[in-house]
Write a new protein. Sequence first.
Length: 337
Amino acid sequence: MSTIKTDILIIGAGPVGLFTVFEAGLLKMKCHLMDVLPQIGGQLTEIYPKKPIYDIPGYPMVLASDLVKSLEEQIAPFRPTFTLGERVDTVEKQVDGLFKVTTQDGTVCETKVIAIAAGLGCFEPRKPPIDHLDQYEGKGVDYFVKSPARYVDKKVIISGGGDSALDWTIELAAMGAHITLVHRRSSFRGAPDSVDKVMELVEKGKVRLYTDASVEAIEGENHLTAATLKTPGGDVKLDTDFFLPLFGLTPKLGPIAEWGLGLDKNAITVDPIDCSTNVEGIYAIGDINTYPGKLKLILCGFHEATMMCQGAFRYVYPDQKLSFKYTTVTGIDGFSE
């Protein structure tokens, strides 16, 4: 595996991390983004894609998923690169001044600057209380859908009642997976439109649905082969190839806590002028940071990303004059070439 080289490594591909690419691109600085989630967007994509957001300038209201799409379009001219579905584990400062960053899967990136835009931290899946669940992780139990094609023509049990469970039920069923949806309640938390689509699939016999039910046990030798459901009518044993417990995510600071950064509870302390940390060359922006007067709003994270990129440029190029230009005058074509 070759080493990725970049000017700025952004840890976190949520809205603030994505907007950082734009601001860095205006300064001719290349960005690579890493995120433990298998897709961009952070909480907006994984937890509440259908949630309306009302405090983004220029948008009276925008759905979380649509904001992510707009940000993706905005940064496309700057051609960022991504490592998704991998957690950043270690950060080492090398003798040449570059940071060597390694993920849990062994991906290595060398970067001049690190921008931590990890939201509330490293998201970990909420796991159901099932005996021996960890033995089947990666062997039939998946908490994220990284490669939808692997479920085609397979028997898949999905547990959950939110947007993620409903959306993947719809999408995987359309791809040819044999879906059983299990929810511990009789009503769903997801978007009404998604609920209607799932119920339509159930009526057509394309999805099997168990409500007021839960997966109580799983089994198999080298790979998951069956699951036992607790239902109002008694226990039901189903043959299955995959079990996807999609109960949302819980934030934890994770390995970031071991990087020698100044911390205040579960947040990284920064200088509000440029969001620099106590470690030279490492910055923190968005919900992960704290300073006097801090507000945890997406639009404040956008402001912090802008200030951070200005500071990062001065750090990387101390002898170069930073010439500020308005995009209303120059456009972005000259920046993205």
